[in-house]
Structures are given as structure tokens and as C-alpha cells.
Design a protein around this ligand. Structure first.
Ligand SMILES: *[C@@H]1O[C@H](CO)[C@@H](O)[C@H](O)[C@H]1NC(C)=O
Ligand SMILES: *[C@@H]1O[C@H](CO)[C@@H](O)[C@H](O)[C@H]1NC(C)=O
Length: 604
């Protein structure tokens, strides 16, 4: 009787809300699901683990689970065999948990195994994390993220190094549909959430960015000593960086000049130099400006509707032997440069510059060019007052047209960089009227090893071992609905396993994090979103709907398997779960402390 009356009251109050013109679509502070519960502290990779002699003997690894959903991720149970530590737990809403596994022996035995089973509170969705060893094969210690219980597939990962993590990012909701980091979603992720972000100012968007973006290869147009190990910052081209979600490209472009005649410009190239103005510059060249432009055009043709920022530094010339200082660009070089830039399609000429671009709503840019969006060129180099510094009629702007706070930690170790970055974005508040931070904050989530360390261990390893995995626990747990950066700038976007750079081998942690921070984290801040969080609103599932109407319809519904060796099964047999332990051996330890005295078949 009581329950019946309560229902009747609820029903009539929602009728009243509609009748009075209020909708259930308004953001309300009391609907917030973000959890402030304390989560266990995580661990950064100790530096000595980068030494192969130490790292290959490592027995300790992590599996980070990031929950950007309004549902608590609950651990149902675990069991493990020949593990000294198998520490998993719940992941509260909006938080991350770095789970620890420590193998009993240094060498993988083939029996070492463990499983952790999870469900998302209030839904019928489940997933499992499986840890399994294969003693006789390469990459013997593997982690399977099994999201087949959410219709999101399975993927076998390897740890990128000693005492490093494999990360899983999940976002969405029971109502909205779910998305996870096992593979990338649609290239035009901004357009795909137009409903959510269109009226937010750009300074309330969160997007991946790529550091030294066009250093995705070494092209040796300068005769210097920069190598792949110490000078290459990305594993994939600008085109694949765009597909992996990057929208802020740290480009450094210079012209290469004939050693005998400074007047002969041999072309515009991405460069990564110790200092572009030094007498002797150490570094190398990456992609050509022509390549960069054609890759951007290919992407925007295939994925219209995005906002893509191209901040460009350097803008000086260097001799092929870069040992005689820089060459200041004259009007002829600047004109050549601008005429190349005019080859970028979907530029946005004559934007209103009466306020910073960061203050304009996303739709101001996304709707331009008949909905194909904007590629915004922002010059930030060493052009002097004798040459044009921008050309608004061509969509080429001075960096001063957007208010930016770009924070570089200049630290060699992630354990120093991570707290410094978190402190920076926590020093301002988002979305609270007059206090709202007024600039676009770039968080450079990357480490800066000295030349000796970079040469010895490679920038790739610094990115995929200590730096990038730490974003998913230290970075995420340093955010909340009022505190986040706008651009998360990284090295080696998408690369999870060393030298796995083909598109299908990339992993979508940063892509999914950015989608989740816009959908979930910023939406729980009523100063950012006046509407109810899309993940809570009583509307039909958007992710599934968007996926089925897109040209790449399989992406939203894919429930296949990606193996660690790169083999992909799109339609696996339903019973195939790599890493699943069929027999729980005598000695298996459950999370409640029970130890099996006889082998049994796996009940889960
Ligand atoms: C990759 O691994 C899967 C599963 O272990 C195996 O079936 C497949 O044959 C392997 N493919 C290659 C090319 O080694
Ligand atoms: C511990 O967990 C196992 C597996 O779920 C279960 O079979 C067993 O009864 C539990 N033991 C206790 C003491 O709760």
C-alpha cells in the first residue's frame, strides 16, 4: 500500500513537472553520481624497470580499470593460482583503480592464472579480466579484457614493460549504451556527440592532443644526430592520430635551406630540434608539410564535423647542416608557407576574434563549412614584424586568438610529472560562473628524458611504459567534475605495445577517456552542462543508434576478439574466451581467502 502511494506521488509529480514547463532534462546537483570514495593509491613504474636486465625479470604488474559511467563497477569475485598478489576491487563512478598482480615465480610457468569478474551496478552488464601465462610462447604473460558480456568484444594485451599497467577505460551508461577502449570508435567522435557538446564553449571540451605530432617518422632532411630513439615522438601518422581522437596537434614546422645558398628553400618540414634558434641545432625532420596537409584532408573528407587545432611553432629556416643558426623567414617564404596552408580543406576564414576562440561554443566551429567543421591554423613561431603574422581571410590565425595555458612539467619521471600536472589543473575551477577558468588548458602528460636516457631506452618506451599508463590512474583520480584539462597532450598516442603501430593494433584508451570525460565527467558539472547528463537522461541508447546509422556500423556492435599477436576474429564462437581457466587447480585462492583443496571445473 505504501509503495503504491509513493508511486502515485512520483507519477503525479512528473506530470506536474511537465505541465509547469520544467522538463526532466535539467542538470541538478543532486543527480550527481561521481564518487568521492577513497580509492587505493597506485604505483608508477620505477625507473630501474626500464633497464631490460631488470624489467624482464619483473613479476609485478598492474591492470587499471577506469569507470566513466554512472554505475559502480562491482567486483563479483576473483580466483588466482600461483600469484603472490591478486588485488582487485570495486571501481566507484568517475574513478580509477590500479589493480595489482604479482606472480609467484620469475618465469611464467604456463599454470599461472587468475580471473576477476565484474558487473556494472544497476545493469545486466558484466566483464572479466583474465591473467594467463603461456610458458613456451613470446609475450608469455597476457591479460585478456573480456567485455563480451557488454557486447564490446575481447582483447588480449601484454604488459608494455616491467611493473607497468594494461588499462581499460569504460564509459556510457545502461540508458546511453557503452563504449570501451579495446578499439577505436567512429573517427568523428565530436560530431558523434554533437547533442552533448554543441553548446559548450571550447574551453569546456576535453580532447586528446599529440606532442611533436608530425614526428611520426625520421626523414633526415637535416644532417644532424636525431634518431628514432631520441627524436621521434609518435608511432602513427597525423591521419591515424586524428582517427585515434587527437584534435590538438603540436606542430613544429621549419624550412630546410641549401647549405650554399640561404635563398634556396628546399621545403617545409616538421622538425624536432633541441632549440630551433641555437647556432647548432640537434634533432631531425619528420613528415613534410605536404604530407601533413594531405592526411588532414583525407581525414576530414572521411570524418566531417570536427574541430581540429593546428598550433604551429618554429616558423624559421635551418641550413641542411644546421650549424649556422636560424634563417628568419622573409615575406617570400611566408607567402610560400601560407599558400601551402591554403591547401588545407575546411579552414574557417574570418572568424569573429572579438573574444578568444576558447569562449565560442563548439557549434560555432562544428557547423561551419556546411557542417564539415573547422581546421584552425594557429601560428606560434618566430615571425617578425616585417612579415604577416596571420591571414584571417585564409583561416590562418595568430596563436593569440585563443587563450591557452600550456603546462609542460619538464620532468624525466612520470612520478614527478603526474602530480605536477594534476596540481596544475586542480589550481583552477570549471563551470562555476565568475570563477570559471577562462582559458584552454593543455596538460602535457609526457616525460622529458635527458638525451642519454632517451637514446638508451627510446622515447617510445618512455611513453608507453611510465608515462601513458599513469594517466589512467594518477591522472583520472586527479580529476572530478570541476577539475580537468582541455587537452591531454601525449607521445605515441594509441600505441600500447612496443612497435605495434598498424591501425588495428592500436588501443583506444585516450580516445575513450576523452569521450568519457565529455560525456560523463563534464556533464556532471551543472555549471558546464545545463542539461541533465546524457548518461542519465531518459533517452534512447545513443551509442548504439549512432553506430548503426554510421557507415562503419560494425564498430558500435563489434563483439570479436583481438589476440596479442594482432590476429582478429570478428565473429568468434560464443564459447571462446581466451585465457579462461577451465579447471581451477587445487591451491586456487579465492578473494574471500578460501583455498581450493581439490581441483574443480571453473563455475564461472
Ligand atoms: C595468433 O594467436 C591466436 C591465438 O593464440 C592463434 O590462433 C593464431 O594462429 C595466431 N596467429 C598468428 C599469425 O600467429
Ligand atoms: C569463498 O568463495 C568461494 C567461491 O565463490 C565459495 O565457494 C566459498 O563458499 C566461499 N567461502 C566462504 C567461507 O565464504
Amino acid at each position: 500500500m505504501r509503495a503504491f502511494r509513493l508511486l502515485a506521488v512520483l507519477a503525479s509529480s512528473s506530470v506536474w513537472l511537465l505541465a509547469s514547463g520544467q522538463t526532466d532534462d535539467a542538470c541538478r546537483a543532486q543527480d550527481r553520481t561521481y564518487s568521492t570514495e577513497t580509492v587505493p593509491a597506485g604505483n608508477h613504474q620505477p625507473y630501474e624497470q626500464m633497464n631490460p636486465l631488470v624489467g624482464t625479470l619483473s613479476t609485478k604488474f598492474y591492470i587499471t580499470v577506469v569507470n566513466l559511467t554512472p554505475h559502480r563497477v562491482r567486483l563479483r569475485n576473483t580466483h588466482s593460482y600461483q600469484m603472490d598478489t591478486f588485488d582487485f576491487g570495486d571501481v566507484p563512478q568517475g574513478r580509477a583503480r590500479q589493480n595489482t598482480v604479482k606472480y609467484r615465480g620469475t618465469w611464467a610457468t604456463g599454470d599461472d592464472a587468475g580471473e576477476a569478474y565484474y558487473y556494472l551496478d544497476g545493469t545486466d552488464k558484466t566483464f572479466a579480466v583474465r591473467v594467463k601465462s603461456y610458458s613456451s610462447e613470446s609475450n608469455p604473460r597476457r591479460v585478456v579484457l573480456d567485455l563480451s558480456g557488454m557486447g564490446l568484444g575481447q582483447r588480449e594485451y601484454v604488459f608494455p614493460g616491467g611493473e607497468t599497467a594494461v588499462s581499460l577505460v569504460v564509459t556510457g551508461s545502461g540508458r546511453y549504451g557503452f563504449q570501451a577502449s579495446l578499439r577505436h570508435g567512429p573517427g568523428n567522435w565530436m560530431r558523434n556527440m554533437y547533442d552533448v557538446i554543441h553548446d559548450r564553449p571550447v574551453r569546456h571540451l576535453i580532447m586528446p592532443g599529440t606532442h611533436d605530432a608530425a614526428m611520426s617518422k625520421i626523414t633526415n632532411k637535416l644532417k644532424s644526430i636525431g634518431t628514432e630513439s631520441n627524436t621521434q615522438n609518435q608511432g602513427v601518422s597525423i591521419y591515424d592520430q586524428l582517427r585515434a581522437g587527437s584534435r590538438w596537434f603540436d606542430l613544429r614546422i621549419g624550412s630546410v635551406h641549401d647549405d650554399a645558398d640561404a635563398g634556396v628553400n628546399k621545403g617545409f618540414w616538421a622538425m624536432h630540434l633541441s632549440n630551433e634558434l641555437d647556432t647548432v641545432a640537434i634533432g631531425n625532420t619528420g613528415e613534410s608539410l605536404d604530407e601533413i596537409i594531405s592526411e588532414i584532408n583525407r581525414f576530414t573528407d572521411e570524418n566531417p564535423g570536427e574541430i581540429i587545432f593546428l598550433p604551429i611553432r618554429y616558423l624559421v629556416g635551418r641550413f641542411e647542416h644546421p650549424d649556422r643558426g636560424h634563417i628568419q623567414w622573409n615575406r617570400a617564404v611566408v607567402n610560400d608557407f601560407f599558400s601551402k596552408l591554403r591547401g588545407i580543406r575546411n579552414r574557417c576564414p574570418n572568424l569573429d576574434t572579438s573574444t578568444g576562440f576558447q569562449n565560442r561554443p563548439a557549434s560555432y566551429f562544428m557547423d561551419r563549412n556546411d557542417g564539415k567543421g573547422c581546421v584552425i591554423v594557429l601560428l606560434n613561431g618566430h615571425l617578425d614584424s616585417s612579415v604577416p603574422r596571420e591571414s584571417p581571410g585564409d583561416g590562418i590565425y595568430d596563436i593569440g586568438r585563443i587563450g591557452v595555458r600550456d603546462h609542460w612539467s619538464d620532468k624525466m619521471h612520470a612520478s614527478d610529472m603526474a602530480p605536477d600536472q594534476v596540481r596544475n589543473w586542480r589550481s583552477v575551477v570549471r563551470g562555476s560562473g565568475g570563477d570559471d577558468f577562462g582559458s584552454l588548458m593543455i596538460a602535457q602528460w609526457l616525460v622529458t628524458p635527458d638525451a642519454v636516457a632517451a637514446t638508451a631506452y627510446s622515447l617510445q618506451r618512455f611513453a608507453i611504459e611510465p608515462a601513458n599508463p599513469s594517466l589512467y590512474w594518477a591522472g583520472v583520480n586527479g580529476m572530478d567534475p570541476e577539475h580537468w584539462p582541455n587537452v591531454v597532450l601525449v607521445d605515441y598516442i594509441g600505441v600500447q605495445q612496443r612497435d605495434r603501430k598498424a591501425w588495428d593494433q592500436l588501443s583506444a584508451e585516450l580516445y575513450t577517456l576523452a569521450v568519457g570525460l565529455n560525456l560523463y565527467m563534464a556533464s556532471e558539472n551543472c555549471g558546464v552542462s545545463t542539461r541533465r547528463s546524457p548518461l542519465l537522461a531518459a533517452k534512447a541508447a545513443r551509442i548504439a543508434a549512432a553506430a548503426s546509422s554510421s557507415t562503419r556500423s560494425r564498430e558500435g556492435q563489434w563483439n570479436g576478439i583481438v589476440f596479442a599477436n594482432g590476429t582478429t576474429l570478428d565473429d568468434p564462437p560464443p564459447a571462446l574466451h581466451p585465457g579462461r581457466v577451465e579447471i581451477l587447480h587445487k591451491g586456487t585462492v579465492f578473494d574471500n581467502g578460501t583455498v581450493l583443496e581439490e581441483s574443480i571445473s571453473n563455475p564461472w
